[in-house]
Design a protein around this ligand. Sequence first.
Ligand SMILES: C[C@](O)(CO)[C@H](O)COP(=O)(O)OP(=O)(O)OC[C@H]1O[C@@H](n2ccc(N)nc2=O)[C@H](O)[C@@H]1O
Ligand SMILES: Nc1ncnc2c1ncn2[C@@H]1O[C@H](COP(=O)(O)OP(=O)(O)OP(=O)(O)O)[C@@H](O)[C@H]1O
Length: 288
Amino acid sequence: MKQAQLTLPAPAKLNLMLHIVGRRADGYHELQTLFQFLDYGDELGFAVREDGEIRLHTEIPGVPHDSNLIVKAARSLQQQSGCPLGADIWLDKRLPMGGGIGGGSSDAATTLLGLNHLWRLGWDEDRLAELGLALGADVPVFVRGRAAFAEGVGERLQPVELSEPWFLVVAPQVFVSTAEIFSAPELTRSTPPITVRSLLAGGGHNDCQPVVEKRYPEVRNALNLLNKFVPAKMTGTGACVFGSFPNQGDADKVARQLPVTLPSFVAQGRNISMLHRRLEALAQEANA
Ligand SMILES: C[C@](O)(CO)[C@H](O)COP(=O)(O)OP(=O)(O)OC[C@H]1O[C@@H](n2ccc(N)nc2=O)[C@H](O)[C@@H]1O
Ligand SMILES: Nc1ncnc2c1ncn2[C@@H]1O[C@H](COP(=O)(O)OP(=O)(O)OP(=O)(O)O)[C@@H](O)[C@H]1O
């Protein structure tokens, strides 16, 4: 990271609810979900290369260099913009993988915004979000950086103002494959659509949760444990589960009572992602 010209966060997200309202002809599921960001995430460092190479210097075990969403995002932006520049990229990975908190998608979005800035491409959010959608269903919300009610496969986003409680997020030590859960025969795919207004009045559940709870005892156990203190829910297709608290102290107190074998973190829910707050601060510094 020492050589980085620019370091930017890649925050986690929570799906505060996730309803499956249908299935498209291509097999993808039509969702209704509420996204909020957490002030907790990975960190990426970027430096421009004049030779056009894209090089990620941090290896993620089990993810080959060219399959990393960071490298895919950088290459696709480079190709579509015709930019002759390349980049050295470093990653400080803090988010559990396959946790339903969007680590890979957030890394991809941070890469798109970071390189758009460093390469001085001047692409707007719409164009970056469209490019991001081809990398993953969750990338557009991270590109836009606003808490949102999402429909379609997650690309139709309506910004929302939510309360910003503190969350305790527990990460059961198990990898849940998104594709496996979406292809489960027992998954409910016909929850009646709701309006954002009725949703904000309270409620909402996660249709993936019963499927994951049944197949992964680790997730079931984590939900049971957290439910002793606070109503607990699963995010995305799992494996992470969460509960909300009015302040950090209350969340920390419960975190201290969890078994040490169960990793967890405490972070505040935010309506503007920390990536966008950082980019805004950079823009203000540049104008000062
Ligand atoms: C569950 C969520 O995390 C909610 O935020 C996302 O919708 C999943 O987003 P993601 O991890 O970026 O998922 P992708 O990499 O796009 O898709 C992984 C696989 O899950 C299935 N999939 C995904 C999203 C969706 N709306 N319907 C699906 O059926 C598809 O089989 C796909 O091949
Ligand atoms: N930079 C990256 N960070 C994490 N995973 C990556 C990355 N690049 C590629 N991947 C691949 O993507 C898979 C899922 O990653 P991720 O951690 O984003 O899942 P997730 O938290 O379940 O996401 P979502 O909430 O979008 O379903 C990983 O198992 C890994 O193979």
